[in-house]
Design a protein around this ligand. Structure first.
Ligand SMILES: [Zn+2]
Length: 214
């Protein structure tokens, strides 16, 4: 199965390397500065979303509000630490992902979302699995009586799942998907789902262009 590629951390997530001396220096600077020059309006957007103890101040030159603690502790250009930007990042990092339940497709003729379909088949990709277990993965349960995907456990003259799911996977991944029936050593019905080829993404097109020609 393909391994997940971890994205490198964006620059704003990189904490600046600071020795104890620098930390002390920042604390001294804070003390020396006294309170921030401007009093922030009484609105959550004018406090640091990550830590309400952080000092925020208005910068007259640029006309923007900044988090002074963030600007001191983290690497990257100063605009990363505008409150406007920090709030957007905060919502993206801390609030964006829906975690309250299992998303359902909007379309009434679909029972599984594209996201779930992809998540399950990425893990199945390339492995032989028992059809009986596949039915446990996708079939009905007391909580989801209609199941996620209809699994054909008995009729070997036809495919294990409808090819419409493999067409959806092709649309989602850009790769062609197939299913192959097989049989286990004790006569168990097996099936293997597999993706073929690599999707042509913008990144890969760029790689191809950048590759030196011989
Ligand atoms: Zn802050």
């Amino acid at each position: 199965m393909p391994l997940e590629q971890e994205d490198p951390e964006p620059a704003y997530k990189r904490k600046a390397y600071r020795s104890g001396i620098l930390t002390q220096a920042w604390q001294k600077t804070k003390e020396a500065l006294g309170r921030p020059k401007f009093e922030a309006p009484n609105d959550p957007h004018f406090a640091c979303p990550y830590d309400s103890e952080h000092w925020v101040d208005y910068d007259e030159e640029s006309g923007h509000w900044f988090c002074l603690d963030h600007a001191s502790e983290w690497t990257g250009p100063r605009w990363y630490y505008r409150l406007d930007r920090l709030w957007r990042d905060f919502n993206l990092e801390e609030k964006a992902e829906y975690v309250e339940g299992i998303p359902k497709p909007l379309r009434h003729n679909q029972k599984i979302t594209d996201g779930d379909l992809l998540s399950y088949f990425k893990r199945l990709d390339g492995d032989y699995v028992k059809v009986s277990v596949l039915k446990d993965i996708f079939g009905p349960t007391p909580e989801r009586l209609d199941g996620l995907i209809k699994v054909n456990e008995t009729d070997t003259s036809t495919t294990v799942i409808s090819s419409s799911y493999l067409r959806r996977l092709k649309r989602i991944t850009g790769k062609k998907w197939g299913q192959e029936r097989a049989v286990g050593e004790n006569g168990e019905m097996l099936v293997r789902f597999y993706s073929v080829g690599s999707p042509v993404s913008d990144d890969e097109t760029q790689d191809m262009v950048e590759e030196p020609s011989r």
